[in-house]
Ligand binder design. Sequence first.
Ligand SMILES: [Zn+2]
Ligand SMILES: [Zn+2]
Length: 254
Amino acid sequence: MLSVFKNAVNLLLPPRCVLCDQPSGSICICEPCKNDLPRTTPQCYQCGLPLPAGHDKTCGQCLKHPPFYDHTVSPLNYTFPTDQLVRALKFHRQLAEGRVLSHLLYEHIITGAHTLPDQLIPVPLHRLRMIKRGFNQAFELGRYPCSMLGIPLQITSLRRKRNTRAQSGLSRGQRLSNVRGAFYWRGHKTPGRHVALIDDVMTTGTTVSECARVLKIAGAERVDVWVPARAIPARDAHPDRQARPSAHGHTTRR
Ligand SMILES: [Zn+2]
Ligand SMILES: [Zn+2]
């Protein structure tokens, strides 16, 4: 309720940067803070993790165990302060932070050579989680790029039938069995030849891969994944990815 009130008040005030509280443009992030965000480096076309030396498109892990999705689009690393923006949206329904994330995702899409999908599908929440949280952050993130790009946001046909536990701390095999069979397609029509899934953050990629598997069984030929933030497992961190102080005095890990 407090977040609804705060969002309503924010609409009446001039936009301010969600990170430093200085006056900002309509997307609620000032240029210095925007320039200081932890951007993704050259990525694996498929999973979005940093591309190791010697690979020009796809990482070894994707060649060995290809996920069901075909391409990942992600502008930011899930480190400080991206993680704060994601959590503000997800757990406190701060729509200004959500707007920043969806705008950065949109900018990344239009500046890259990304083929646009026929429709965008938010990763669904289980009904009980939806009741508890009151909204789906993936849907909130999808609204802006869909309206700007003229793509339909399909929210009714991909369903989550099982509430899964958090994927962090599970082995690869446990993660797969945790989400296997958790989603189903309930549409009369096929999802479309080329679709994209949207979520707030991609960590192991197991959840979106399971969604992509279901979409392909339902008839999709290509499934992309759009996420504002990509988490990088410690083993994929580059040696030069050290914590350093940002221009704003806080510590940023890149
Ligand atoms: Zn700022
Ligand atoms: Zn990969």
